[in-house]
Design a protein around this ligand. Structure first.
Ligand code: MG
Length: 193
């Protein structure tokens, strides 16, 4: 099993749409950023990449690259998910905490869980979305997201590993047999006079 952790923050900005977890929410402010500013999907992308030690969102999708301007952040999640699968892992579950002053996340948490579950092709029951207000933190102008993911070996890779272990054991048996034959031949060899 592997664990991954991601964190991100974006500043609220008037007049831009607010997207959290791939869901557009009604609010006076959205989140500023080079892409669509989806703080939760960015933290999720980092958690996925972190779980397979494959760098971070900035190294794969540099903000300096104009192709990511206004990009739908689900692209980043799907790319990270592909890397996770190529490395032989699959997502077991995800948990997250948002820290933001407004809007209230409780009433939309299930929509966000559903959105993330669809992206990762897992059940919404395996996606935790929690939220807190930044009391005493002084971060009211920003939205912050923390995400952890748990990965398990993909079934096909588990089978491949078992097959590889059996092959290795077979090879080892060959070596043992070869050595035995060698020993027996030596024993049977007529003593030199
Ligand atoms: Mg970000």
């Amino acid at each position: 099993m592997r664990i991954g952790y991601g964190w991100d923050s974006h500043e609220f900005k008037k007049g831009v749409p607010l997207r959290i977890g791939g869901v557009e929410l009604k609010h006076t402010h959205g989140l500023a950023g080079h892409s669509d500013g989806d703080v939760l999907l960015h933290a999720l992308t980092d958690a996925l990449l972190g779980a397979i030690a494959a760098g971070d969102i900035g190294s794969h999708f540099p903000p300096s690259d104009p192709q990511w301007k206004g990009a739908d952040s689900s692209i980043f999640v799907l790319e990270a998910l592909t890397k996770v699968r190529q490395a032989g892992w699959e997502v077991c579950n995800v948990d997250s905490t948002l820290i933001l002053d407004a809007p209230k996340i409780g009433p939309v948490a299930n929509r966000i869980r559903q959105s993330i579950a669809e992206l990762l092709e897992i059940s919404p029951e395996d996606v935790g979305v929690k939220a807190k207000t930044p009391e005493g933190m002084g971060t009211e102008k920003a939205a912050i997201a923390h995400v952890v993911v748990l990965l398990e070996k993909h079934e096909d890779h588990k089978r491949l590993e078992v097959a590889a272990a059996m092959l290795e054991a077979d090879n080892h048996v060959d070596e043992v047999v070869k050595q035995l034959v060698k020993d027996v031949r030596l024993e049977k060899a007529p003593a030199k006079k």
